[in-house]
Design a protein around this ligand. Structure first.
Ligand code: MN
Length: 285
């Protein structure tokens, strides 16, 4: 099932090039009061929402995807986790290109560990990326994004995929430089998630998906998630060893080779097999 958040926080069921407005299914989410449970309420109650979507979907109003404003399918994660150095050819290019590494030491993934992107950086593709520090190098990193569905605390990789609710396309935007990743990758709009989420039952093997990004029609990155050093299951084990993963938490699983700069006016066309594609415009903040 493909679910999107669009326009004025509508919930959509994506069917080909049309969207059914299934916002009514949100009534399956129990009323909560302060303090809210950690994580995203839609993802936490996804099974119940999906059951309601099946009920209200057939009678729902439909609209073409083309005219829709796509927001991030996850509204309230507790963490957006980034994974550095998870593709060997990206490590190779970082070693060769000082503009990319900025002189930062390149570690193996086991030593580097995951990093966090501020949740305030999260946007949907239609919101676009607003560059700050436009005089510096601002790079795209296209990635498979895994959305956690069930609380995960120190889970072994065996069976770890059961903790995933859905997948989406992630863009881990980055300003290159000497600062910590937690600021360079946390600028408002530097975490793009979309265009919708595909529930995990729609992707049997997340470790074998083509992914690609074109900028203004030029292919920049093109690889397959089978080239990841840590599989998606291993990443859940790796991340949940440090902190509990809550429903709605997003893991951006790392980027392949071909990262490169963008500037205002560019359009990034991102693709992940079995998820779909999204166009993300770039502007100056
Ligand atoms: Mn990345």
């Amino acid at each position: 099932m493909r679910l999107c958040r669009y326009n004025d926080n509508r919930l959509g069921l994506v069917e080909g090039d049309r969207i059914a407005d299934v916002t009514a299914a949100l009534d399956a989410i129990p009323q909560s009061s302060w303090p809210l449970p950690p994580g995203d309420l839609l993802i936490r109650h996804l099974d119940a929402v999906r059951a309601r979507v099946k009920e209200v979907g057939p009678g729902a109003e439909r609209t073409p995807t083309a005219g829709v404003r796509f927001l991030s399918p996850v509204a309230n994660p507790t963490k957006v986790i980034g994974i550095p150095v998870n593709y060997q050819l990206h490590i190779d290019e970082a070693m060769e290109d000082k503009g990319l590494s900025a002189g930062n030491r390149i570690l193996k993934i086991e030593q580097a560990g995951p990093f966090l992107k501020a949740c305030s950086a999260l946007v949907g593709p239609s919101e676009g990326v607003a560059l700050r520090f436009a005089d510096r190098r601002n790079d795209h990193e296209v990635e498979l994004a895994a959305i956690i569905g069930k609380t995960a605390d120190r889970v072994p990789k065996e069976g770890a995929l059961d903790h995933i609710a859905a997948y989406a396309i992630g863009l881990d935007m980055t300003v290159r430089g000497s600062e910590d990743r937690s600021v360079r990758k946390s600028i408002d709009s530097y975490a793009v998630l979309g265009p919708w989420m595909v529930t995990a039952d729609g992707i049997a093997d997340p470790d074998n998906l083509d992914l690609e990004i074109r900028v203004n029609g030029e292919t920049r990155q093109k690889s397959n998630t089978r080239n990841m050093i840590f599989s998606v299951a291993r990443l859940i084990e790796f991340c949940s060893a440090f902190y509990t993963l809550h429903p709605g938490d997003v893991i951006m699983t790392g980027t392949p080779e071909g990262v490169g700069p963008v500037e205002a006016g560019d359009v990034m066309h991102c693709f992940v097999e079995r998820v779909g594609s999204m166009d993300v415009p770039v502007r100056n903040a």
